[in-house]
Design a protein around this ligand. Structure first.
Ligand code: ADP
Ligand code: ADP
Length: 217
């Protein structure tokens, strides 16, 4: 298994949000997570993605237990192995698409010649190469989100976590984003864990996990 979570529990004050989550994700798998608002989906995704830590339980990626890491080691681990896509693209407005896409590689102090080449290849794969020097405000919503996907891919992460990635797109752009995830799996063996309210996409995934009251049912 690529990713394994065991016994994940999380509370906010007296509110118990995750009540013992066990799950595993295989390499190149596309898993959807669904459930009502407040079910704990975002909290789970943040814990799986190292952005938050559980009160109990642990998560490992490629056998590396990261719920016990902290500080620089954890930041490095996150930057190297995990990609994120959010509902709102979170591109930095003052930078071009290319610069935004390169950001995680720049933070990881990679070789600029290599990551620029990789970014250009990704932009081509995602059909946004003509937007290389454009700022986010000069791009359509669908193009902005594809740039956010390219940014998530720049360091060849082992897994990409996406929280409502198509939640802010119209149905045409949403559908093409969903198709893109399957293309990327085919081309790059990319693994995805995606929280979504889009039923059609949730059903298309290899596996649909439904959350209710802090558990996977
Ligand atoms: P979902 O993504 O399924 O809508 P969330 O994980 O965002 O669910 O939230 C689950 C519950 O935890 C909600 O009741 C939410 O208000 C609460 N919650 C989430 N994050 C926090 C936080 N940082 N502080 C306090 N309560 C939180
Ligand atoms: P979703 O649309 O997935 O349900 P939310 O709008 O519930 O997401 O939450 C967005 C972010 O805000 C999440 O990272 C969540 O952890 C945080 N959050 C949710 N509820 C609360 C809360 N009551 N207090 C603080 N942070 C919260």
């Amino acid at each position: 298994m690529l990713l394994e979570a065991k016994g994940i529990e999380k509370s906010y004050n007296s509110l118990s949000v995750l009540k013992g989550i066990d799950m595993s994700i295989a390499p190149a798998e596309i898993v959807s997570i669904v459930g009502a608002s407040g079910a704990g989906k975002s909290t789970l995704l943040q814990i799986l993605g190292t952005l938050d830590s559980p009160d109990k339980g642990h998560v490992s990626l490629s056998g590396e237990l990261y719920t016990q890491m902290s500080g620089k080691k954890l930041s490095h681990f996150r930057n190297e192995y995990i990609g994120f896509i959010f509902q709102f693209h979170n591109l930095l407005p003052e930078f071009t698409a290319l610069e935004n896409i390169c950001m995680p590689a720049m933070i990881g102090k990679k070789d600029p010649n290599q990551y620029k080449k990789r970014a250009e290849e990704l932009m081509e794969l995602l059909a946004i190469e003509h937007r290389k020097d454009h700022k986010p405000s000069q791009m359509s919503g669908g193009e902005q989100q594809r740039a956010a996907v390219a940014r998530a891919l720049i360091n060849n992460p082992k897994v990409i976590f996406a929280d409502e990635p198509s939640g802010n797109l119209d149905s045409v752009n949403a559908e093409s984003l969903h198709e893109l995830f399957f293309d990327l799996r085919k081309e790059l063996d990319q693994t995805f864990v995606i929280v979504t309210h889009n039923n059609e996409f949730a059903e298309m995934a290899d596996r649909k996990l439904e959350m209710k009251d802090g558990l996977i049912i």
